[in-house]
Ligand binder design. Structure first.
Ligand code: NAI
Ligand code: 15L
Length: 274
């Protein structure tokens, strides 16, 4: 597959989309931006909803690949999740299939496997049992269920139509980790761009599922499928550990909110903000 150049970035107005708009052009990509809200300073961005099939078809026409970030990014009502994340992702895949796009990088989430018990974060990395990529999916929310659906949809479009996807189960991609749980799940923006670049350029990915985080000292999951794509994380959240633990304390194994990978998403209802 020739290296992709023109990439459609859905959800380009959002937090992660804004970070990637800043970082991905340095890898040589020409980004076509798509979001339901206008993006300041980007007059060429496509402003449309994932429910608008004609707009999607036009948006994907002629791109080499798609990074699909658009959607509801936290827990919400099932009806809203159904429209934006489930039907919206289906609409995007159909448009991509119809227009012959070869590869999608899908923003899945740790919340597709959120009810997985978290490993003891304090065991040394070489003796810690990391969560494997083939751990059974255990969504913690309707939101997590929609990401699980997205991963199945990606597998289906590969098996049935030969459309490749890298599903990235993103941990927490923000400028800095803001809580103790994120010390294990944080993906620095720079590592996020490295991982998306690897996912866009690796050969023969079929449908590959990877965890998306930096090489954190307190890592909970196995980055080997991401590394197999050529991803070499450069960052570690440990520089933030002392401050966050002083403010918030260590994770408490007896606290149910701390027991699972998905953290507060596992409570009912999820507590915001965490
Ligand atoms: P965000 O909420 O900041 O951005 C989402 C963007 O999607 C928004 O700009 C919104 O306008 C757009 N959008 C929502 N519904 C849409 C629709 N129906 N049609 C068109 N555009 C729509 O979320 P964030 O943090 O930027 O996350 C991006 C993606 O990555 C999401 O899919 C999220 O689930 C996923 N993710 C993000 C993580 C993170 O740490 N930021 C962690 C795990 C997954
Ligand atoms: C996600 O899936 C969310 O989109 C993001 O906003 C964070 O909450 C992240 O997970 C997390 O688990 O920290």
């Amino acid at each position: 597959m020739p290296a992709p150049r023109t990439v459609l970035l859905t959800g380009a107005a959002g937090g992660l989309g804004t970070l990637m708009r800043g970082l991905l052009p340095a890898y040589g990509y020409e980004l076509r931006l798509f979001d339901m809200v206008p993006i300041e300073g980007e007059p060429d961005a496509i402003t449309a909803d994932l429910g608008d099939k004609d707009a999607l078809r036009e948006a994907v026409r002629g791109v080499d690949a798609i990074i699909h970030l658009a959607g509801i990014s936290l827990e919400s009502s099932f009806d809203k999740i159904l429209k934006a994340n489930i039907e919206g992702t289906y609409n995007l895949y159909e448009a991509a299939r119809e227009e012959g796009v070869r590869r999608i990088v899908f923003a899945s989430s740790n919340h597709a496997v959120g009810f997985t018990p978290r490993p003891g974060g304090d065991a040394p990395l070489d003796s810690r049992v990391l969560i494997p990529i083939d751990t059974p999916r255990r969504p913690d929310t309707f939101y997590g269920l929609s990401k699980s659906f997205g991963e199945d949809l990606a597998q289906f479009y590969w098996d049935k139509h030969g459309l490749e996807t890298v599903s990235v189960r993103i941990g927490s991609c923000f400028m800095e980790p803001t809580n103790v749980r994120m010390l294990s799940l944080w993906m620095s923006p720079g590592d996020g761009a490295r991982l998306f670049h690897a996912a866009l350029t690796a050969e023969n990915v079929g449908h590959t599922v990877v965890y998306g985080s930096s090489a954190n000292t307190r890592l909970w999951w196995d980055l080997s499928t991401a590394r197999a794509l050529g991803y070499e994380p450069q960052d570690d959240s440990e520089q933030y550990a002392e401050k966050l633990i002083a403010e918030q304390g260590e994770l408490d194994p007896d606290n149910p909110d701390h027991a699972h990978l998905g953290g507060h998403f596992c409570t009912n209802p999820p507590i915001w903000p965490y």
